[in-house]
Ligand binder design. Structure first.
Ligand SMILES: Cc1cc2nc3c(=O)[nH]c(=O)nc-3n(C[C@H](O)[C@H](O)[C@H](O)COP(=O)(O)O)c2cc1C
Length: 240
């Protein structure tokens, strides 16, 4: 449950046909974290991003786009989207979400977090230069496909290395994942889990994005402050 004044009883941002009025929306800057996951790791990443933003004073809602949406993107000042990749494509529900919300996304600071095993390859220190180049090309290709499909071109994109949660997968996923991991040179001991995510790098990414959100919120507040100062001056001619 989110104790913020905007969300005192939980998901108060239930889909409204119209965005909420300006009066309520500026006390704290609202950020939406929207994610899609198959095996659950991207949920952990989305939770980390949401918590990082909350610690920095933002009013944050987190929502999986694979369930009926209770939050309306238009009620936020900024958004982070996160999705994992399976068989070369980002989650189809995220593709759909972006297509349906592209106009809103383009009107606010936004960032995309892409979770893949290929990025774990990119960050693997023992990879040969040729392997490294191949992993980089794979990540680039999956991102290019997503941006071509959605026609969304966020300024901030963060590829994140995945986790191999062998002990959590069902038999079939564990079997497939082990084969994919072997091909990618990742760990194949299915009796334990492996977390390749660089959480500190993710925190730094959120820190940078938070600065962009603050700058954008300050810029959009400037005309309001000027108008308020102007109105105050007019109502008190002695101050002019
Ligand atoms: C069936 C399957 C297919 C996958 N395909 C790819 C792939 O094409 N490229 C890649 O880099 N990672 C691939 N992965 C790795 C996932 O992207 C990775 O495990 C990620 O952490 C899953 O995120 P999630 O737990 O949020 O669904 C695949 C994983 C599975 C289980």
């Amino acid at each position: 449950m989110n104790p913020s004044p905007f969300n005192p009883l939980g998901p108060a941002h239930r889909i409204s046909q119209e965005p909420e009025s300006d009066e309520t929306s500026h006390a704290k800057t609202r950020v939406g974290v929207f994610y899609a996951t198959r095996e659950g790791h991207t949920r952990r990443i989305a939770e980390r991003i949401a918590n990082d933003l909350r610690k920095r004073g933002f009013d944050v809602d987190s929502q999986c786009v694979q369930h009926p949406l209770v939050f309306d993107l238009r009620n936020y000042s900024a958004a982070v989207l996160a999705a994992s990749v399976h068989a070369g494509s980002h989650e189809p529900e995220m593709v759909k979400f972006v297509k349906e919300n592209r106009t809103s996304l383009e009107s606010m600071p936004s960032a995309f977090v892409s979770v893949t095993l290929s990025e774990a390859g990119v960050e693997k220190s023992e990879a040969t230069p040729a392997e490294h180049a191949q992993f980089v090309a794979d990540v680039d290709q999956m991102l290019a496909k997503f941006f071509a499909e959605t026609q969304w071109h966020p300024k901030r994109v963060k590829p994140v290395a995945d986790a191999l949660l062998y002990t959590h997968y069902n038999f079939l996923v564990r079997f497939i994942m082990k084969r994919i991991a072997r091909k990618a040179g990742a760990a194949t001991d299915t009796s334990r889990d492996y977390d390749y995510t660089d959480w500190a790098a993710l925190d730094r990414f959120v820190e940078e994005f938070a600065a962009e959100i603050r700058a954008s919120a300050a810029a959009s507040d400037e005309p309001r402050m000027a108008a308020a100062a102007d109105a105050k001056g007019k109502s008190n001619p002695h101050e002019q």
